[in-house]
Design a protein around this ligand. Structure first.
Ligand code: ADP
Ligand code: MG
Length: 457
């Protein structure tokens, strides 16, 4: 196999001919060949080759070829020679997402900015488009994709099924429907790499890591769907616990429960945009209140040992570690945001009054000269955790967002693993470069998965 980068051009010639410059002929091992099979995404067509005398690596496609193989536009792209006389043009990368309602200008809702950023960077070295589930035509195996034109606007182009799919479907609920399950199965059946598979549930991750003695020490003790007796026991042993919904996000529905001897039980939570704190004389009265608020929904809760986080100005701090797999299929920490909780808030979410700091700012205040050492250790733990989750998971994972806590003993704890991490940390002026690196890692990993990147032997 050989891999090279060249330029694809269109000609008005109606014949099924591709004209290939001399050095590209040599690179693609086509010298002396009269015909070739061209591949683009899921499409494969035969064509006649004619060498042309032109410096550099160029490929000219006649109009019928261009139409049949559905190459959306001319430009610089990778070319891969496969077995005898077969050349693959690509990669063709699909970014799967969706939006609130069908609007041509804004088909991906609040994700549009990020998707355009991916497309803008990706189109320098790939054919990359975004699409929604309804843009796939499974019968003809085509997708009516959203590409980006020179002016930065979406344009629709019908292309073959992509070489790789980056899944950013936004809705947890939609992702559990049979139609999305079927969509994923259809990609897998065609051996099209699809990452990430779906949102994670907290309990799935806690359960998965429970069996793994190397990493379980980084997960606070967790009990899925606990009985009141189990909650009481956990609270008696740790005096602080978090009680949170399995598939919650953004801190919704989370309680911080604590027990203070001779004083009682306390429940801290968020209620209609404000922080609430209730005191109870007994554990049972606290549980009755929670049951009255949530009823059967408490069956989807996890009780978890509460960690006493490091603090700045008496506000707890935790961290978002944004992880990616790179072009060599290795995990890397690409960006870290430190999140300082708002006063009286149970969580560190920005929407609950939290603020964003760089990890250096936060750790220097908490650990002084030990800060670098603590950060280095936390990065190693994050990589170990990512490797463990990937090893125990059935499907491809290329990106993870960890919520990581550090306690005053410098111990590292993982509260949550997000399979579709948000990108708000990258809005911090000091983290913009990391935001760009994150986009580049996604694209590099797409190149890797679609085999358009050289792999070390
Ligand atoms: N066991 C815990 N100990 C201390 N703080 C916690 C614990 N679990 C969660 N938190 C705090 O609450 C935040 C939100 O919890 P998380 O599990 O990430 O749920 P969500 O899905 O709502 O983001 C965390 O970022 C952390 O600040
Ligand atoms: Mg979280």
């Amino acid at each position: 196999m050989s891999l090279t980068f060249g330029n694809v051009h269109f000609t008005q010639q109606p014949q099924r001919v591709v004209y290939v410059s001399g050095s590209l002929m040599k690179n693609l091992k086509l010298s002396g060949k009269k015909s070739v099979h061209l591949r683009f995404g899921g499409e494969r067509i035969p064509a006649v080759i004619k060498p042309i005398n032109k410096a550099g690596k160029h490929l000219y496609l006649g109009s019928s070829i261009r139409k049949d193989i559905k190459i959306p536009m001319a430009g610089g792209i990778f070319l891969r020679s496969l077995q005898e006389g077969e050349v693959q043009i690509g990669p063709l990368i699909g970014v799967l997402s969706d939006g609130p309602a069908s609007s041509a200008a804004n088909p991906f809702g609040s994700r549009t900015g990020f998707i355009k950023q991916l497309l803008r960077h990706g189109s320098k070295q790939s054919y990359i488009f975004a699409f929604t589930p309804k843009d796939i035509h499974w019968e003809n195996e085509t997708v009516n994709g959203y590409f980006l034109n020179e002016a930065g606007h979406f344009i629709r182009k019908k292309v073959p099924l992509p070489d790789v799919v980056y899944n950013r479907l936004p809705s947890r609920r939609a992702e559990t429907t049979t139609s999305i399950a079927q969509l994923r199965e259809r990609f897998i059946r065609r051996r099209i790499p699809f990452f990430n598979w779906s949102f994670f549930n907290k309990s799935d991750i806690y359960r998965m890591l429970e069996k793994d003695s190397l990493v379980n020490r980084y997960v606070p003790e967790s009990i899925m769907n606990p009985t009141p007796e189990q909650i009481k026991d956990l609270l008696d042993r740790h005096s602080l616990i978090y009680y949170k919904p399995n598939n919650g996000s953004l801190g919704n529905g989370i309680y911080r429960l604590s027990r203070i001897p001779k004083s009682g039980y306390y429940a801290r939570y968020r209620k209609t945009g404000r922080n609430a704190l209730l005191r109870f004389g007994s554990f049972n009265s606290m549980m009755r209140t929670l049951q009255a608020r949530h009823g059967r929904a408490l069956r989807g809760y996890v009780a978890q040992q509460g960690i006493r986080l490091i603090e700045i100005d008496s506000c707890p701090i935790d961290f978002r570690f944004h992880m990616h797999k790179n072009g060599r299929n290795q995990w890397v920490v690409v960006g870290i945001g430190a999140k300082k909780a708002g006063k009286g808030s149970v969580t560190t979410h920005l929407k609950n009054g939290g603020s964003l700091l760089t990890p250096d700012q936060a750790l220097a205040r908490a650990f002084g000269p030990r800060a670098d050492e603590v950060l280095k250790n936390a990065k190693n733990v994050a990589i170990t955790l990512a490797e463990a989750i990937e090893a125990h998971h059935q499907h491809l994972i290329g990106e993870l967002g960890f919520d990581i806590g550090i306690d005053t003993d410098e111990k590292i704890w993982m509260f949550e693993a997000n399979a579709k991490p948000g990108r708000s940390i990258f809005k911090h002026p000091s983290l913009r470069a990391e935001g760009k690196a994150s986009v580049e890692h996604i694209l590099e990993h797409c190149l890797y998965l679609s085999k358009f990147r050289r792999r070390e032997a």
